[in-house]
Ligand binder design. Sequence first.
Ligand code: SF4
Length: 381
Amino acid sequence: MATLRAAADDPVSYASAWKRTHGKPVIGSFPMNFPSELVHAAGALPVIIQESKTPITEGRSMLAEFYCGYTRSVADQAAIGELDVFDGFVAADHCVQLLGAVDAIRYVRPEKPVHFAQFTSAMDDVLAKPRVDDRIVDMKSEIETVTGTSVTDDALATSVALFNANRRALREFYDLRRSGAVRITAGEMQLLVKSSMVMDVAEHTGILETIRDNLNVGEPDTSVVRLHLSGHFCHAPKPEILDVIEESGGLVVDDDLYTGYRYISTDVPETGDRLGALSTWYMERNLNAPCPTRVTSKVDWDTYLLDSLTRSRSVGVVVLIAKFCEPHMLYYPELRKALDVHDVPSLLVETEHEGIPVESLRTKMETFIERIRRQSASVPA
Ligand code: SF4
């Protein structure tokens, strides 16, 4: 875990060390839908840019105060030179705030290649997949230019297989956690997923396998309140928030966080057209873990969430929402309504880059857990 923690806590140092050792480029990408396999197939290290722990200073004037903490942190990291190790940047979403952060990089580092591939978000549109296919072809060509390496079908097949193996290994940890056979805290799970976003994929999978082989499998702890953690796009919630949730008597047994199950929910098909498989992954991912930044009538997040609760036997939901995250704020009332209709207790926690008062969160969490316990006790056996 120490290796994973070091990489997750300081992705830039990991990327610098990797670059020195391998003599190859490192490419920064942004949440939530960029296929890292494309960069890996070009021999470079793909790293999903994380929110920095440091306070926002230089970047403060670059984006409005009402941009989410992640985007303001990205702008700040670019402004203070923290992201200079990266040889280029790629993005594949079009949340307006994320675009602002990407533009801030262009502004402060005009010499760095920055490629934006706008993936269609109207998923039911018959032209969505062909359009995304085109964007992926453009992105491949841009990555080849920046890295100076052609992405061959064979290299892409190898990269896809490696990333699928990594996602499968992480999903095993999710299955173990849901079953209760292994107690994996929310902080530990976040560490496993976050480190996979920044580390060399084969190295990461090797470490996951070692950890899995040394897990203590036992009987589920029936004294804890099983919780589902929902939301929080684009970056990892601060570990102290996750700790308080579990110190209050809850146990997170499932989640749909981006730095969580959302990131690993779907594999890329390993047969057929290699580039087309990446757009298939993009389309299918939204069916497996619906995201309010995409538009579709085929699935919705509230139904998905209710089904997930049944699957994991969670009795309450903690919704983590990054302050000023518009897609999440717009969808939240719908989610809340569905949870209320089904008598599922839920607690909304708004997070900020600058942190939130932990002791006040502790009081809210303890009350929430107590409410769930009383509600369960009042239901006739
Ligand atoms: S989706 Fe939300 S968290 Fe992500 S960049 Fe947009 S506003 Fe920020």
